[in-house]
Design a protein around this ligand. Structure first.
Ligand SMILES: *Cc1c(COP(=O)(O)O)cnc(C)c1O
Length: 396
């Protein structure tokens, strides 16, 4: 007789659209940085649900916030006021450059909104012709049509053309190359200060500073997609705060509500000024349930002591990784707890072996491991991660 685990794997294979190559086990519950499958095996979580579960699994404060709110009010739509929504918006503005927030339900949706606001802003101030958007090689902004147009990867784009017109791709970290595609018809430049999916590539400080100048010269808005690198991941609440360069719009999502779906578009007042009642919306966004949890997530992560700890643990993880000294590691880079490990073998092989060693790992491109553990990971757990990874690499 097939086991319950085999039954679940079989159901997925038969009934779920096969757009993911899922790991061959079924996760059942989690606690802190640990995940447990239906066979009782424990895994150290080095992925955090793709940089989402910043406070780990089953955090007691988040569980309490969620269950208390669940017994009170779940959903009323954005036609009505609710307290968590308004308080969360204030928190995000108080901890950033922003004057206003619009909430969404995912990262892609936040970027779609950011593009719409940028086009509206440009149209209002400069007329009909200023609609182009500049994005970068190696970028990932999401799977919806506009976000996809700004995500230059053949495998993602080719089957779905035509994409949103008017998106230009410039070379990442190459200011002269970017200046060459800039023009007065550009309404916005969108960039991840640290590219995630593209392989954990930080923008250089000179590049971000140069983009700020280019945007100002051409009256374009600078959008930072901090969906992956924001919310404490780099050891700064917002990655750009580590660079000292300020955008006009910032998009956030992944860790914002600790694992519940939520996105946000943060903006300055001059952007907010062009958006009026009825011009954008969302049925679900920032409902009381997700917003009540997000309030706790933002409060915890914005604590300077928490952020200093992320920076220190990021440095520690980087040091320990460099000590591994495996011939299979060709480069280690990143900032805070967002680290890419380049390999001379397929990341997929290391990920599969990692499962047998009790590690949940993910990749960012074919040859790069992406280490984005919960931000609450302890030094002892970092040691274990490194020991197990060393064991995996030694086996190859
Ligand atoms: C994950 C991601 C997105 C898309 O977010 P979804 O919630 O999957 O739509 C956009 N930008 C960046 C940088 C991301 O990492």
């Amino acid at each position: 007789m097939p086991s319950e685990t085999e039954n679940i794997l079989e159901l997925e294979k038969q009934y779920v659209l096969q757009t993911y190559a899922r790991a061959p086990f079924v996760l059942d519950h989690g606690q802190g940085c640990w995940l447990y499958d239906t066979e009782g095996r424990a895994y150290l979580d080095c992925a955090a649900g793709i940089a989402v579960n910043a406070l780990g699994h089953a955090d007691p404060e988040l569980v309490t916030a969620l269950t208390e709110q669940a017994g009170k009010l779940w959903h009323v739509s954005n036609l009505f006021h609710t307290a968590p929504h308004a308080r969360l918006a204030k928190q995000l503005c108080d901890t950033s450059f922003a004057d206003r927030v619009f909430f969404a339900n995912s990262g892609a949706e936040a970027n779609e909104g950011a593009f719409k606001f940028a086009r509206k802003w440009a149209r209002e101030h400069f007329g009909e012709a200023k609609t182009a958007i500049v994005a970068f090689t190696g970028a990932f902004h999401g799977r919806t049509f506009a976000a996809l147009a700004a995500t230059p990867r053949e495998k993602y784009q080719a089957p779905f053309r035509p994409l949103l017109p008017g998106v230009r791709i410039a070379p990442f970290n190459d200011l002269a190359g970017t200046a060459a595609v800039m023009g007065d018809d550009v309404c916005a430049v969108i960039i991840e200060p640290v590219q995630g999916e593209g392989g954990i590539h930080p923008a250089t400080p000179e590049f971000l500073a140069g983009l700020r100048q280019l945007c100002d010269r051409h009256h374009a808005l600078l959008i930072f997609d901090e969906i992956q690198c924001g919310m404490g991941r780099t050891g700064h609440l917002w990655a750009h705060q580590g660079y000292g360069i300020t955008p006009d719009i910032l998009t956030a999502a992944k860790p914002l509500a600790g694992g519940l779906p939520m996105g946000a578009i943060l903006m300055t007042q001059r952007v907010a000024d062009v958006m009026h009642v009825g011009e954008h919306g969302s049925t679900f966004a920032a409902g009381p349930l997700v917003a009540a949890v997000a309030e706790r997530v933002v409060r915890r992560i914005a604590d300077p002591a928490f952020l200093a700890d992320v920076r220190a643990k990021g440095d520690y993880l980087m040091e320990r990784l460099e000590e591994i000294n495996s011939p299979h590691i060709t480069e280690v880079r990143g900032c805070g707890l967002m680290i890419g490990v380049d390999l001379d073998v397929a990341a997929a092989d290391v990920i599969a072996a990692g499962h047998r060693h009790g590690l949940i790992l993910i990749n960012a491109g074919t040859n790069t491991l992406r280490l984005v553990p919960p931000l609450i990971i302890s030094r002892g757990e970092i040691d274990l991660l490194v020991e197990r990874l060393r064991g995996v690499l030694a086996e190859l």
